[in-house]
Design a protein around this ligand. Structure first.
Ligand SMILES: NC(=O)c1ccc[n+]([C@@H]2O[C@H](COP(=O)([O-])OP(=O)(O)OC[C@H]3O[C@@H](n4cnc5c(N)ncnc54)[C@H](O)[C@@H]3O)[C@@H](O)[C@H]2O)c1
Length: 359
């Protein structure tokens, strides 16, 4: 009897997918026996014997290998449908077409969730929960393949969004591939500094370099396969930086050069405008919230205490940031709240004995 699902590639995404479907009959395949063992141990599914048929197969392998995997399995299992989860779509669609595969049986997709680490050890059952999962049917994709792919996304708790491969690749170039290049460039500049130089680093540097820790082997593939869409954006970034560098040179020589000040100010303001477009939660934006900051001693239990006081005052906390002040025994807990709740939050937290910053 046919299993519901085969997942080929028991890495970060394939294992997370199996774990998210916990309880269902998921078959797993991966040439890396170690990866397969970890994935099975984490409850992602059971090892496929390469004979049992399956209704749908998710190929969760590197983009360059997807068409080869689908070509082989589609021939051997003529009733099955296929999807993949690649971070790039156009190039994979082109590979599939070149192989002469029946494209009605195949649907591209891309869960917009991931991590800096790869491999099954980094997998998580909650990786896809509440995240968008882009479905990229080609013009040839049939309804059975599209619906099977949508079902996988929904069973993982993700929100299916349908885009063409072209729309998808342009969108991820902007929201994912450009930030990767930018973070890597900041990291590359830092790598020339001494440890002394980075010792003062705080959350700003953490935020701007987090994804610079990503796996180069994975990203070189992504950037190669989406180079056409990424190149103009990196060029635009480089233009912004070039203008800023020239203006800063002029300010170094002449601190009140008004044209240079305007150029730097313009960059910062365009930065504000772009940042406001970045969603925090679905449908909500940064500008909708304001900060309430509380200075706390660096002791266990402070964050929980502040959150309990806020909850007791009926204040809905949208997000929390914790900042440690380097070399000082205090930290700052920043609560993001709706503007209408700010005054009450400050009052209630101060009344509960917290050191509200700026109160
Ligand atoms: N890592 C992310 O953040 C992320 C997010 C969304 C989508 N994706 C996409 O998911 C796919 C997998 O990425 P990952 O991060 O899980 O990688 P990974 O390196 O963690 O896992 C890939 C797995 O595929 C296996 N594999 C390689 N070639 C194979 C083949 N020919 N047949 C069977 N198995 C093979 C490898 O042994 C490895 O275990 C990629 O297409 C990637 O673009 C990644």
């Amino acid at each position: 009897v046919a299993a519901e699902l085969l997942v080929v590639g028991a890495g970060l995404i394939g294992t997370s997918l199996g774990m998210a479907l916990g309880g269902r009959d998921v078959l797993l395949a991966d040439p890396d026996a170690g990866a397969l063992e970890v994935a099975v141990g984490r409850g992602a599914g059971r090892v496929w014997d390469r004979a049992q048929p399956f209704a749908h197969c998710v190929v969760a392998t590197p983009p360059a290998t997807v068409a080869g995997v689908v070509a082989e399995l589609a021939l051997a299992f003529p009733a099955a449908t296929f999807s993949h989860v690649c971070s790039v779509q156009r190039s994979v669609q082109a590979d599939l077409a070149e192989r002469g595969i029946d494209l009605s049986r195949v649907c591209g997709s891309h869960p917009m969730a991931g991590k800096e680490q790869s491999g099954p050890g980094a997998a998580s059952a909650r990786l896809f929960a509440g995240r968008p999962w882009v479905l990229c049917p080609s013009p040839q994709t049939g309804p059975a393949a599209l619906e099977a792919t949508r079902r996988v996304a929904e069973l993982c708790g993700a929100e299916a969004v349908e885009l063409t491969a072209e729309e998808h690749d342009a969108a991820v170039a902007l929201v994912s591939h450009l930030p990767q290049v930018a973070a890597s460039a900041v990291g590359a500049v830092l790598s020339q500094s001494t440890e002394q130089g980075t010792r003062l680093a705080g959350p700003g540097l953490q935020d701007t370099t987090r994804i610079a820790a990503s796996d180069p082997a994975m990203w070189i593939e992504v950037l190669r396969q989406n180079a056409q869409a990424v190149a103009p954006l990196v060029r635009a970034l480089s233009t912004e930086l070039g203008v800023a560098a020239d203006a800063l040179d002029r300010l170094a020589a002449q601190p009140d050069d008004t044209a240079a000040l305007r150029a730097v100010d313009g960059l910062l303001r365009r930065g504000n405008a772009g940042r406001r477009l970045v969603p925090r939660k679905r449908g909500e934006h940064d500008r909708d919230f304001v900060l309430v900051a509380v200075a706390v001693p660096d002791r266990p239990g402070q964050l929980a205490g502040v959150l309990v006081s806020a909850a007791e005052a009926g204040v809905n906390v949208e997000d929390v940031r914790v900042e440690h002040l380097p070399g000082r025994p205090t930290g700052v807990i920043e609560l993001l709240v709706h503007p209408s709740a700010q005054a009450e939050a400050r009052r209630a937290l101060a009344a509960a004995g917290w050191d509200v910053v700026g109160a």
